[in-house]
Design a protein around this ligand. Structure first.
Ligand code: AMP
Ligand code: GLY
Length: 433
């Protein structure tokens, strides 16, 4: 009997996951809620919102779903895995209590500090007077002010000096900036060094490292402009040496999985550590309880193994019985194509063309994110990040060139993208840490 899988989400990450899951010989049926036109090529899309825990649970029960794979964090923080587990449905993702690792930066920092997992020094505040007292007398600058709750990647302000730090803290604690998410703030030390995205899948006992990536968070070339969800990624991360990889596994990911067990919040699913590779070793910037976007679109084309049995094994606690995942040695480069006005106010409804021409290139994959079919069946933009274009290449330069060749074939009005994704890997601009 094949497996019936419910994948949750509607971004490029979910399109990449849908593509890999659909290729599994173990799959019987795949639903994607709510999905996008790209996902629709690999399974049946279902009009249930990604954060509608009750709706998703009812659907899963009604359709005899064998495995639920939530893409984004919101349904996990809202308790989707708990609701499904009560109905006996395995979920590749943590309980709400374990999803606090991403849902509450204050709780995450506390956990890391208690268990001596390397991270930036920090303090947590809910009262403005205490935060200002610390900024005036204890903090050094630059510092980083973070809304503790979920703020769609926007709740982080890097503050060069005291006035900007007070302003950011005040805006969060008293100005209602980021709403409920900003009623507690974390103020932390600014870390220097290249960034790296590390992933492992775990059932709480066994941990399997995935390949690593470098994300590019700023909107514009050279890392300037506002922070976004991610404008592109390259894998492997050129700043990561084998030694760093081992350090992250031993001193960051493994101790975090153990710490979660000791806290009575066992973690299942994919653990995503955003790290700074400092001269003092890798340090955690943040944890996410899901795959990265666009990192997932970069990783999936490099994966040679069948993904489905690993996700299922992590969900049911038998990851130790799985063979290790096999990866394509070749690097992958992903370029995100964003809509005009992204990230502030993305314009919608612009017709998109050239996808088939782009995908005609060997080892190129175009993943949909903010797209939809209009009344006439034309593909139009429907969100901030519209498409993610991934290419594999014999080396990083070849992957990059091919990705940009594919990008040059795609058109929509106001298309924004960075031209320097993965350039660090080509120019050797990033030192191995
Ligand atoms: P976060 O959502 O916590 O990962 O923060 C978003 C981005 O802000 C990170 O990818 C970093 O580029 C930057 N950032 C966050 N915390 C720090 C820090 N302590 N030092 C330097 N940069 C940081
Ligand atoms: N690309 C970073 C993230 O998914 O949070």
């Amino acid at each position: 009997m094949g497996m019936k899988v419910l994948l949750v989400g509607s971004g490029g990450r979910e399109h990449a996951l849908a593509w890999r899951l659909a290729a599994s010989p173990l799959l019987e049926r795949l639903w994607i809620a709510p999905g996008n036109p790209g996902c629709a090529a690999h399974g049946e899309t279902v009009p249930i919102a990604a954060d509608d825990v009750a709706g998703l649970t009812a659907f899963a029960v009604r359709n005899g779903v064998d495995l639920c794979v939530p893409g984004p964090e919101a349904p996990l923080v809202a308790g989707l895995a708990d609701a499904l587990s009560e109905r006996g449905i395995p979920t590749f993702g943590p309980s709400a209590a374990a999803a606090e690792l991403e849902g509450s930066k204050a709780w995450c920092k506390e956990l890391l500090a208690q268990h001596r997992i390397p991270t930036a020094a920090h303090r947590t505040f809910s009262r403005l007077s205490q935060a200002v007292g610390y900024l005036e007398h204890g903090a050094s600058f630059p510092c980083v002010v973070k809304a503790s709750g979920l703020a769609a990647g926007k709740g982080v302000v890097i503050c060069p000096d005291l006035p900007s730090a007070i302003e950011a803290t005040q805006a969060m604690l008293e100005g209602g900036r980021f709403g409920e998410a900003g009623t507690t703030v974390v103020i932390e030390e600014f870390l220097h060094g290249p960034e790296a995205s590390f992933f492992c899948i775990t059932d709480g006992r066994t941990l399997e490292m995935l390949e690593h990536c470098m994300d590019h968070k700023a909107l514009c070339d050279g890392g300037v402009g506002p922070n976004t969800g991610g404008m592109g990624a390259i894998s492997p991360n050129p700043a990561v040496s084998e030694r760093t990889r081992r350090l992250v596994e031993r001193h960051v990911l493994l101790p975090t999985v153990h710490a979660m067990n000791r806290e009575g919040r066992p973690f299942r699913g994919v653990l995503f550590a955003g790290l700074k590779l400092t001269t003092g070793g890798p340090k955690v910037l943040e944890y996410n309880v899901r795959f990265g976007d666009p990192e997932c679109q970069t990783l999936m084309p490099r994966l040679c193994s069948d993904l489905l049995p690993h996700l299922h094994a992590a969900a049911v606690g038998s990851l130790d019985e799985q063979e290790p995942l096999v990866w394509d040695e070749r690097p992958a480069c992903t370029v995100v194509l964003a809509a005009a006005g992204y990230p502030e106010s993305p314009r919608r409804g612009d017709p998109v063309s050239g996808l088939a021409e782009a995908e005609a290139l060997e080892d190129v994959h175009v993943f949909h994110a903010g797209t939809r079919l209009d009344e006439e069946g034309r593909l139009v933009t429907a969100g901030g990040r519209v498409l993610a274009v991934t290419a594999l290449g014999a080396d990083a330069a070849a992957a990059r060139n091919r990705a940009y060749e594919a990008v040059s074939r795609i058109r929509f009005e106001g298309m924004q993208y960075r031209t320097d994704i993965g350039i660090a890997a080509v120019e050797g601009a990033v030192r191995h840490a």
